[in-house]
Design a protein around this ligand. Structure first.
Ligand SMILES: [Zn+2]
Length: 178
């Protein structure tokens, strides 16, 4: 075989190897990566959520280009946020939302029953940031929630006062009963 052809085949093999290598270099869509991005995203919108005293929400997951991505945070109401339509063609889709400013009139330091039910309807998991700076994992499919980290692990509202007792996990039943 002429050397020129050998070179051409070698070049094509290198090109294929390079393309394969590029895919391997992309972040793997695992739970740790999604948690890290959820945490950074939530922390970055806490202050705005407190100032405007309303929730912010969005989705997080792996976009078609393989990148772990978040949708632009959507402003909601004082105690509600409309997530809108889940991104098409994303994988491992999860959601995130904040709870706005601290209030003593109800316990916003834990996910609400409506939070669990909403995620359950989407069939996805989610992450919640509270005024006290708690970070929660919401398991929509199993209608349960688990505390990832306690007060001040995210930016905390300066008006926050610990007025309610908070468990480290809840189910839809313990939330509805409580
Ligand atoms: Zn909520």
């Amino acid at each position: 075989m002429p050397i020129a052809w050998c070179n051409m085949i070698f070049f094509l093999l290198m090109l294929l190897a390079a393309c394969g290598g590029k895919n391997e270099a992309l972040p793997s869509p695992n739970a740790d990566n999604i948690l890290s991005l959820a945490r950074v995203t939530l922390d970055s919108i806490q202050s705005t959520s407190f100032e405007e005293n309303r929730e912010y929400c969005g989705f997080i997951g792996v976009a078609p280009n393989g990148e772990i991505s978040v949708t632009v945070p959507k402003p909601g109401q004082t105690n509600h946020c409309n997530f809108g339509i889940m991104p098409r063609n994303w994988q491992h889709v999860s959601a995130y939302h904040t709870h706005g400013r601290h209030t003593s009139s109800y316990n916003s330091e834990k996910p609400s029953a409506a939070d669990l039910q909403g995620h359950h309807e989407f069939g996805i998991t989610g992450f919640l940031a509270t005024p006290g700076g708690r970070l929660w994992y919401i398991d929509g499919p199993n209608l349960s929630a688990e505390l990832i980290c306690g007060p001040s692990c995210l930016t905390q509202d300066e008006t926050y006062r610990p007025v309610h007792s908070i468990d480290t996990s809840y189910t839809i039943h313990t939330l509805l009963d409580g």
